[in-house]
Ligand binder design. Structure first.
Ligand code: C2E
Ligand code: CA
Ligand code: CA
Ligand code: CA
Length: 278
């Protein structure tokens, strides 16, 4: 998880390249997973620093493997990427998140943003239509959905990317920039994109408050977000020292084990109805 999704995944997928049999096994397994409903979403709450209440959740995919137990995305997303199954997986995630939101809506909950992770590969011209169709299939407004994209997607064919993002925004769906600070950052381009939130990568949160560089980077990201009138959230918040620093620095929201690990839908629903606060 977290910063592992870059380093860890790359290493893992190199290993897998060497072992074609393993790759095939997981690919076949994934096809089986779609057919037999072995995939599920966990939800990790996002908390407002000032009010201490839940503002949304990130949906994180899990695979309930028949033999290997509950697998984290690091175990299968790289293979899904290599084999092209990521397209099917992403469609599944969008559909599953909307189906879940619909259940929460029907249970009487106010709209709460469910964030899904969108890969470069699915960030295409058809994305706004796929999002619109999923929302309408479940009679949801865009207030229920957020897309987390990464910085690297902003680097290429800017006009095309902006046009896709604008169509998504017109649906009322928000966009956050995931793992911010880890990619190639030209700050000047940031203001051109209709982004709502910057998400400080866990690799920076981890070093707070001991590592002065990480503290400086986190503060700088918060400063940029304020200047551009974006919200800013920190991921991977695990302790009170990080909490206090980030709150003091003006960060708007937090996500991390300090408040909750990613949990099954029923547990997240309970947190919401109990009005669980910090
Ligand atoms: P991410 O988008 O950076 O998601 C955050 C990861 O950090 C999650 O790992 C989460 O469980 C973990 N995390 C959250 N809070 C803490 C904390 O306080 N401490 C620590 N040590 N870790 C924390 P997870 O669920 O293993 O997901 C890993 C990555 O897999 C995600 O990184 C994301 O890039 C990818 N991923 C997850 N679900 C999906 C999906 O549905 N579609 C796609 N395309 N990618 C996904
Ligand atoms: Ca991360
Ligand atoms: Ca994410
Ligand atoms: Ca992230």
């Amino acid at each position: 998880g977290g910063e592992n999704n870059e380093g860890g995944y790359a290493y893992y997928s190199e290993e897998m390249n060497r072992n074609t049999l393993d790759l095939l096994r997981i690919e076949t397994g994934l096809l089986h997973a779609f057919e037999y409903n072995e995939l599920l979403l966990y939800y990790q709450p996002k908390i407002d620093f000032a009010q201490g209440h839940i503002t949304g959740a990130e949906a994180l995919v899990r695979w309930q493997h028949p033999e290997r137990g509950l697998l984290a995305p690091g175990d299968f997303i790289p293979i899904a990427e290599e084999t092209g199954l990521i397209v099917q997986l992403s469609d599944w995630v969008l559909e599953a998140a909307c189906a879940q939101a619909r259940q929460w809506k029907e249970a009487g909950l106010e709209p709460i943003r469910i964030a899904i992770n969108v890969t470069a590969r699915e960030f295409t011209r058809s994305l706004p239509d796929r999002v619109r169709a999923a929302l309408s299939r479940h009679q949801l407004t865009g207030e229920w959905l957020e897309l987390e994209i990464t910085e690297s997607m902003l680097m290429h064919s800017t006009d095309r990317v902006i046009s896709i993002m604008e169509k998504v925004c017109l649906l009322g769906v928000t966009i956050s920039l995931d793992d911010f600070g880890t990619g190639y950052s030209s700050l000047s381009y940031l203001k051109r994109f209709p982004i709502n939130t910057l998400k400080i990568d866990r690799s920076f949160t981890t070093g707070i408050p001991g590592d002065t560089n990480d503290c400086a980077i986190a503060s700088a990201i918060i400063g940029i977000a304020k200047q551009l009138r974006h919200k800013v959230i920190a991921e991977g918040v695990e302790n009170m020292a990080q909490f206090n620093f980030l709150k003091e620095a003006g960060c708007n929201e937090l996500q991390g084990y300090l408040f909750s690990r990613p949990v099954p839908a029923a547990d997240f629903h309970l947190m919401l109805t109990e009005g669980r606060k910090f």
